[in-house]
Design a binder for this molecule. Sequence first.
Ligand code: AMP
Ligand code: MG
Length: 504
Amino acid sequence: MHYRHQRVRPTTEGAAITADELPFSNAFAELPPAFYTRLMPTPLPSPYFIAASAPAAALVGLDPQALAQEDFVAVLTGNKVAVRSQPLSAVYSGHQFGVWAGQLGDGRAIVLGDLPGPDGAMEVQLKGAGLTPYSRMGDGRAVLRSSIREFLCSEAMAALGIPTTRALMLTGSHQRVVRETIETAAVVTRMAPSFVRFGSFEHWHYRNKQDELRTLADYVIKNWYPEFAGAANPYKALLAEVTRRTAVMIAHWQAVGFMHGVMNTDNMSILGLTLDYGPFGFMEAFDANHICNHTDQGGRYSYANQVPVGHWNCYALGNALLPLIGTPEDAEEALDAYRPAFGAKLDELLHAKLGLFDAREEDSALFDAMFQLLQANHADFTLFFRRLGELRLDGGAHDDAPLRDLFLDRAAFDAWAGQYRARLRLEHSQDALRRAAMHRVNPKYVLRNYLAQSAIEQAQNGDFGGVHKLLAVLEHPFDEQPENEAYAALPPDWAAHLEVSCSS
Ligand code: AMP
Ligand code: MG
């Protein structure tokens, strides 16, 4: 990926800096004023530190320990503005649940600016920092519950190797926020090279503002897709690459069982990053039609539907870019990148998940049979792949017990396992090698809803130990971590009634 700005040495190598001295630059603020509103975050009463992510801090050269200091807490809650920061909220529009929603925008997110880092600059944004001109009916705040979920999941996804926005820090305040019940406020410091969304382009297209549309496209190309600046049709090249990246991102989601929950076009990143963690979920008892968002009654964003919806969203982007691209044929051609990119990536990921080093024509039948078996038995998605890594080529039903126990229909499992072993033999697969390779791609630890819920309930009682613990576990999702075995367990009975919705 190409990032803007010069690369710098992490500041931790030099003298420690104060929050006030954070070296912000403000690329987005250099766009014309129509793209955003400059404003100040609204302070929160007595903000407190909850957690910081060390790997995220490293991306902007900060010392995670220093983030707990009062001046960083003040700046990253929005109570104080660093000298070089020019806070703003961006405008965008979008399609929500397939329907044109008109203008949306950063209703509770405020961008502080860009911080340099060893891999390029990161835009730093406070989610939940108060009212903006785009807040509509909202209060500009985020609650502790949903902020813990976004903070943990952003970092968990990064550790899983899935393209995502990052979470640097989580702060809270006793300020009350009204949702279904009364909760308290929190702020997540999010980071990404850019937070431009598909809906940022739709905004100008639907208003018939071609100059702004071109300005935004050129800004994105210049900073993140500079290789297309000299292309015969840079905008077509941009659409094709964004389509490809979106397809790759969704292949990752399907392979790990991640469900986003609100794949509206305003939540689709122009860089192909997983963006806006709300009612997301990780697949547990496998059901391709599972809907993780309680508010999504029609199941538009179910697990299986994520694949066509990703394509649909790229079409919405293509439609918005059409005046720049020229002909519908050119846009269609760019969008044609979706299916092959998704298919190739998922195929690659499934081969790795099954420990298959070769690719053979007949493998798709093995994969299809596996998904049918998972579906019929509602086997736990994460445990299935993890335990599959323990399978021995010459083992019998007894050796397979932990894996086999995930299936009610043991005979059906045995039949598929026979097919799988035959396929492994074809490439002379070796147990130890295959097991090591599979454990590097099939996580043992994912952010199951019940794990998040337990940490949230603890945090709501003032104890952030659960958040810290989960963050530490999820930073190493592929490691065995014998002392943390409990975090890999099936959900307890009480978790069956957990519901997550858009209310955040
Ligand atoms: P989401 O579905 O969470 O991505 O949000 C959709 C739109 O609603 C975005 O424009 C958000 O900024 C806005 N929004 C969501 N919650 C709030 C809130 N509490 N206050 C203001 N705006 C909000
Ligand atoms: Mg959003």
